[in-house]
Ligand binder design. Structure first.
Ligand code: PLP
Length: 400
């Protein structure tokens, strides 16, 4: 018997567990401290009335012998797949089949599990800084090699820093799997259609597959593409991940969807068919109540109520962005995403700045170094707290 030793290679704990430990230690040493958490990317606004009504009525369905539902379909109920297609894709001129949409329990699960359908020897390219899940799941899957210095030997890193406007540059060699996330966590930057087209062309020319995480698309405010499938040629090279978590406050409900176009084949094999098999084998679907709630986000009222919440967070983002800029900080993001990415002042390391904010003004953020070596010298603040706390946090940062 041998365990999967790749798990032993994973560096430290998950970033947010490290932060939680430091914050818990501070809170234990300073009882009554009034902490403001602008760290983890979790939502705070409650579910909208439309979603709640739909979920309540779904519970009623489940209590009736005629309307009761057992296991849901493995890839999602038709009513949700078709609502997603109509509202998220057809409305933007993207032509998909409902059957190319696979409903699931979270974009984290899907971008982690997608590795199951790819060989271990594929070369993976990642942005740096990056959402840590892409790294750790590839370590578990045996695609990362060894951790040397501060990088994985087999991963191709694409630094996203101020000098390249936080956009990855095309690899100077052939890579197989490219993870892109726009609007980006952690930098908050979106990508233009012209920039994204370069990636689609690269992937089609090299036979690569782009794993496109669009978990934050609802925050786009400047006309950037919401879906990679808005770009010509993407259907033969891309898989897209979407989630109701940040767009509809579903972080605690759990519902997401992954799009794999029928045209996407590698080695003569249809990738959607592999994913369908993977999901049908390892996932027993997403609950009817959850999917009814998700469907309600697309009703007229549901859309309006959801939009109000997105605007609420975007307003918080603006308050942080403008407030810090006025204080002389170098600030990025915040326009198309609930994340503000700033340069740490006075050449502090990102963990030093974390400690300074925590100890001096009781504001919790996320050190950029936790997202990869190119995140050093940067810091992430999120717009997911209340308006009052957001304003108070900016006031406190002014006192540093
Ligand atoms: N993708 C990115 C880039 C994220 O930042 C997050 C959550 O923070 C997720 C995916 C996870 O989404 P879900 O809640 O659907 O698992």
């Amino acid at each position: 018997m041998k365990i999967n030793e790749n798990f032993l290679k994973i560096q430290n704990n998950y970033l947010f567990s490290d932060i939680a430990k430091r914050v818990a230690a501070y809170a234990a040493a300073n009882p009554g401290a009034d902490l403001i958490r602008l760290g983890i990317g979790d939502v705070t606004r409650p579910l909208t009335p439309s979603v709640i009504d739909a979920m309540r009525s779904a519970v009623d369905d489940m209590s009736d012998i005629e309307r009761f539902k057992g296991y849901p379909p493995e890839w999602g109920y038709d009513f949700l797949r078709s609502a997603i297609n109509e509202n998220d894709f057809k409305a933007r001129g993207v032509n998909l089949k409902d059957s190319e949409i696979y409903v699931s329990d979270g974009a984290k699960s899907d971008c982690g599990n997608i590795g199951d359908i790819f060989d271990v020897c594929n070369i993976v390219a990642l942005c740096d800084p990056v959402y840590p899940v892409y790294v750790d799941t590839n370590v578990m899957g045996g695609r990362a090699g060894e951790f040397i210095g501060e990088r994985w030997s087999d991963i191709y890193y694409m630094p996203c820093v101020k000098e390249n406007h936080f956009l990855p540059e095309l690899p100077n060699k052939k890579v197989d799997l490219v993870y892109l996330c726009f609007p980006n966590n952690p930098t908050g930057m979106a990508i233009s259609a012209a920039e994204l087209k370069k990636w689609v062309d690269y992937a089609n020319e090299n036979g690569s597959v782009i794993l496109y995480d669009a978990a934050y698309e609802a925050f786009i405010s400047d006309g950037s593409p919401h879906s990679i499938f808005e770009i010509e040629g993407a259907k033969t090279c891309a898989i897209e991940f979407r989630s109701f978590s940040k767009t509809a406050g579903f972080t605690g409900v759990r519902c997401s969807y992954t799009i794999i176009p029928g045209e996407l084949e590698r080695g003569g094999v249809n990738l959607g068919a592999l994913w369908a098999r993977r999901q049908a084998t390892k996932l027993n679907g997403v609950s009817y109540i959850t999917q009814k709630g998700a469907e309600a986000t697309f009703s007229v009222d549901g859309k309006r109520q959801g939009r109000e919440i997105i605007e609420y967070y975007l307003n918080n983002a603006k308050i942080i962005y403008k407030g810090l800029k006025a204080l002389g900080y170098e600030v990025y993001g915040g326009v198309n995403a609930p994340y503000i990415w700033l340069r740490t002042p006075d050449k502090l390391t990102s963990w030093e700045f974390f400690d300074l904010l925590l100890n001096k003004v009781q504001v919790v953020g996320t050190p950029g170094a936790g997202f990869g070596p190119s995140g050093e010298g940067y810091f992430r603040l999120t717009a997911f707290n209340t308006l009052e706390n957001t304003e108070e946090a900016v006031k406190r940062i002014a006192e540093i």
